[in-house]
Design a protein around this ligand. Structure first.
Ligand SMILES: Cc1cc2nc3c(=O)[nH]c(=O)nc-3n(C[C@H](O)[C@H](O)[C@H](O)COP(=O)(O)O)c2cc1C
Length: 218
């Protein structure tokens, strides 16, 4: 088993599956991610997509009735964490509408809760592509909103055959790649959160220099 070794500064990660389905493959992968984060010194808040459920975004509804409870819950739980891990199904080479809808609602809060939050994207699918195309689509709104989306993504192909009865990935090499992806993400979140010089380097790596007048809020 791959392990980060040593101790960490406190980092808390919101983990959720973007599937509403019972027996979801993505929920299995999200559960595995939560276990790996805890095994490597992180704290987790495991959420269900249903916690963030909201009617289709409508600007009139927002103006007249305010935010639905699911949107407020998404914001609250994002803000209580340094980063998030989402395991998302691929629907028609993109993300599920429910996930995009939740992102749209949450993006209307000020301050905007994705801005400068660290994200790791995962997917599971019975297909050979593992749902990876959907993650490229998911990166776009998240990066637009200022989320620091980790470069490596994990996509589990033939996911209906991939898990052991204990919920681990049966292929040990793939399980180790999964653990390494989680550890590298946690290292980045820890360094960016607790060591400001590295945070500056990360921002510069993305080609953006900190500038209050230009910081994204919407
Ligand atoms: C509307 C819809 C569109 C889908 N499109 C894709 C797709 O583009 N690529 C893919 O790999 N799987 C696709 N699938 C299959 C899903 O990957 C599969 O149902 C998967 O199990 C969903 O994730 P879950 O198990 O976490 O619910 C699609 C499924 C649905 C219902």
């Amino acid at each position: 088993m791959v392990s980060s070794g040593g101790t960490r500064e406190r980092i808390r990660i919101l983990v959720f599956s973007a599937s509403l389905r019972r027996d979801s493959l993505n929920t299995k992968l999200a559960d595995l991610a939560a276990a790996a984060i805890e095994a490597n010194g992180g704290e987790v808040d495991v959420a269900a997509m249903r916690d963030f459920d909201a009617p289709s975004y409508d600007q009139d509804v927002q103006r007249e009735d305010g935010f639905p409870p699911g949107a407020g819950e998404f914001r609250r739980r994002l803000e209580a964490c340094h980063g998030f891990v989402v395991s998302s199904p691929e629907y028609n080479a993109s993300m599920p509408g429910a996930l995009k809808n939740s992102i749209d609602w949450a993006s209307r809060f000020q301050p905007q809760p994705f801005n400068e939050r660290y994200g790791l994207l995962m997917s599971a699918s019975p297909s050979m592509g593992g749902g990876n195309r959907g993650l490229w689509a998911l990166r776009v709104p998240l990066e637009h909103l200022g989320a620091r989306v980790y470069p490596d993504m994990f996509s589990l192909a033939q996911a209906h055959l991939a898990f052991t009865s204990e919920g681990r990935i049966a292929d040990e090499q793939l399980q180790q790649r999964f653990d390494t992806n989680i550890i590298n993400f946690l290292d980045q979140v820890e360094a960016s959160t607790h060591y400001p010089c590295v945070k500056r380097a990360w921002v510069e790596y993305l080609g953006e220099h900190p500038e209050p007048a230009l910081d994204r809020v919407e």
